[in-house]
Design a protein around this ligand. Sequence first.
Ligand code: CTP
Ligand code: MG
Length: 227
Amino acid sequence: RSIIAIVPAAGIGSRMGADKPKQYLMLGQQSILAHTLDTLFAHPEIEQVIVALHPQDHYFSQLPQSQHPKLIQVVGGGERADSVLAALDYVYSHHPDAWALVHDAARPCVTLTDISRLIESVDIYPQGAILAAPVRDTMKRSDASGHIVNTVDRTLLWHALTPQFFPASILRRHLSAALAAQAPITDEASAMEWAGVMPGLVSGRVDNIKVTHPDDLQLAVLFMSQQ
Ligand code: CTP
Ligand code: MG
């Protein structure tokens, strides 16, 4: 099986509110995106890493990782799904039989062990799977006025993480069809679900956070130091 990583990194980080896109903020010695790429480059089963960049990106070429022999750059799109689809178009034309391992640039704390567990899970989930974390808190459903309607059974609820791992050509087909139908697509699994596929859930580390708000930077430094 040929495995290609796809890293959507074309966002602008509006919730972070920094002076540059959050994937270029420093986390200790190097940027968030540099950490993410180093982990993917270090995985022995990942053959190539395709990074989707903003059309006006002028930070990426300054990273040493931009010269890595496994790295390919593509231009991303207006939404995360458009960026992933741009990378899938590249995969489809160069490695049509590959599996795509899609991982957010903004999740620098992912571990090689969790990536391996996801890849190995295709023995159980031949249609693909995602890393996810079981919900820990008691879950409430509210009405529009902020009153509790009921308590939702937590045992069947998960936080969707990345990487998400699917056959590239099938993911490309379902993602483009779901986008064309204006379906609400927030991750790769939601495009597969939309097409009637039931991806597997592989329990992953809860410290594989998506750096989204300023507070998350300190958490990410802490989590990376604990690995
Ligand atoms: N992303 C992308 N292309 C887009 C939007 C997002 O490649 N058009 C990427 C981001 O760079 C990030 C990942 O998708 O690595 C997850 O998105 P998110 O955390 O929402 O990042 P941003 O969109 O940059 O942040 P915000 O929503 O706060 O603006
Ligand atoms: Mg966003």
